[in-house]
Design a protein around this ligand. Sequence first.
Ligand SMILES: [Zn+2]
Length: 260
Amino acid sequence: MSLSIFVIAACGLLGLLFGSFANVLVHRLPRGESIVFPGSRCPHCAHSIAWYDNIPVFSWLWLRGRCRHCDAGIAWRYPLMEAGLGAMWAGLAWHFSLSPELGLALTLSFLLWVLSWIDLETGYLLDVLTFPGIATGLLFAALFGDIHASLIGAVAGYAVFWLVARLFLLVTGREGMGQGDFKLLAMLGAFLGWQALPFVIFLSSFVGAVIGSIYLLLTRNSMRAEIPYGPYLAAAGLIWLVWGEPLLEWFTVSSRGLVQ
Ligand SMILES: [Zn+2]
């Protein structure tokens, strides 16, 4: 077995395990519960879950999505989150192979994964994730990358959204974005450098607007729907992480072509 296949398989398996940990974080962080104690419990009957019933994806399939003790259904979100992160980590390992960039990619994708699911469920992007995320992004840049681009990215990410929110409030009298969004963009700036920010802002707001309009059309909801923006920021950040360099090159070349 060649090294790269081994790395991809190992990251895929680790992704399943971290996906399982992500489930714990998504469930417990918004409730302010400890993420270590107690061990995994059935949310319905509170019976503790044995290790053999807690194997990512497989246990859910084996138990046909039901608790062994009380027979309550276990949401399909659990195996989906495990399989999703496993697939994402395997894909990132394939793309980056064994390198510091892979470490950065796995760390960032895990944080974005947990942040997005919590944002979808509660509408909050938690400081307990974004603040350590900003620090970790700066640390990666200090060790392996461009600390200046990372610092500027963190500060500019926060400042740009803060400014947009102030203007929005001034013009419409409504709160448009949450403070969590400022911090998430600061985190993306810290991990990816300031160069990523224009693309991330453009893509996330464009896709967010399209999906938001479709949602409004389908539901015919006359009330202003609260659609969390975090998952769009996260997705745009991941796209930049993987395809940022070719995108930047393509943009530079085509804009040069326009000027000539
Ligand atoms: Zn149960």
